[in-house]
Design a protein around this ligand. Structure first.
Ligand code: SAH
Length: 295
């Protein structure tokens, strides 16, 4: 099932479209100016994240469930639907300029409303090319790297068809939502309970039928759903855990950041039952992969 409209019975964009259209000029102006105004870099975002600390599992945020027009005002720091669509298009154009060519990945990035995965206070920065804090000292990955990893995973010998995909590090659920548009089934594991709950509450109103969220240690993989023809790690370890290698299909592709201070994006392809081929793609910067769980 690759049809986007089937994936999102209430499509991600239609959800925002159903918000009351009572945004004022200043709200639109605020969105636009922040995009070109304050620029956060992955580094500043990581710093922000470390200062941001833990936040409540159920943040005080407006969930964009369908509601009667005119009953609930659009929060001042929430981009209006049209403004968010325009900045999302601009984000995708930037990602394409940075070298991502896969049109299916670019279309998925355009369909998912990244700002709905963030705290309202940060929503206006959602489309800049940076990782941003999501609480618990973690970050939502930068748009370019999300797109790049999925593009690499899709570049398989199966013409890009992905049946079972596993993501390690659900975070706020953004990348899982993008993955749900390019894979039949997406499994995503998060080790921090509060973030697992946050991803659930972010994704629930979007009614994505093909994402399964799990709370647990992703270093162990998900044997009950294996094998996977694609695995993405959203956190960097010193090496790729053996359990994940074992849970790949023959021909499957795993994309992971590897390293400590200096990290590189690694692609691992399973060639046969006992053989894996590894290649290094480019430098990157991710939060660390950690063992165990946090309640
Ligand atoms: N894909 C996410 C990125 C989140 S950042 C998004 O779109 O928002 C990486 C996440 O990996 C963090 O939430 C962190 O808690 C998680 N993580 C780190 N080690 C992990 C592990 N062993 N198992 C599962 N999740 C892990």
């Amino acid at each position: 099932m690759t049809d986007k409209s089937k994936r999102f019975p209430l499509s991600l964009s239609s959800l925002a479209e159903k918000s009351p259209r009572n945004g004022t000029r200043s709200e639109v102006g605020r969105t636009t100016s922040t995009t070109s105004g304050r620029v956060a870099t992955p580094q500043t975002a990581t710093l922000n994240a470390s200062q941001h600390g833990k936040r409540p599992a159920t943040p005080a945020r407006v969930v964009d469930a369908p509601r009667k027009a005119g009953t609930t005002p659009v929060p001042a720091d929430r981009p209006t639907p049209l403004a968010s669509e325009a900045v999302r298009k601009a984000m995708v154009a930037r990602v394409a300029k940075q070298g991502v060519k896969d049109s299916k990945v670019l279309a998925a990035m355009e369909a998912v409303q990244r700002h709905l995965f963030m705290e309202p206070a940060l929503a206006s920065q959602a489309y800049i090319d940076a990782s941003l804090p999501i609480g618990y000292h973690q970050t939502i990955s930068q748009p370019y790297i999300v797109a790049r990893m999925i593009e690499v995973m899709r570049n398989n010998s199966n013409g890009g068809v992905l049946n079972h995909v596993l993501e390690i590090g659900t975070g706020c659920g953004y990348q899982a939502a993008v993955l749900s548009l390019v894979a039949k089934e997406v499994y995503s594991i998060e080790r921090i309970k509060g973030l697992h709950e946050l991803a659930k509450s972010n994704l629930r109103p979007m009614r994505v039928a093909n994402i399964r969220l799990h709370y647990g240690d992703g270093m162990l993989g998900l044997p009950q759903a294996a094998p996977f023809d694609g695995i993405i790690l959203a956190a960097a370890g010193l090496e790729v855990p053996q359990a994940l290698l074992e849970q790949m299909t023959i021909g499957g592709r795993l994309v992971a950041p590897v390293g400590e201070r200096h990290q590189v994006l690694q692609l691992i392809e399973r060639v046969s039952k006992f053989e894996w081929k590894s290649s290094t793609l480019e430098d990157c910067h991710f939060v660390p992969l950690r063992p165990g769980t946090v309640t």
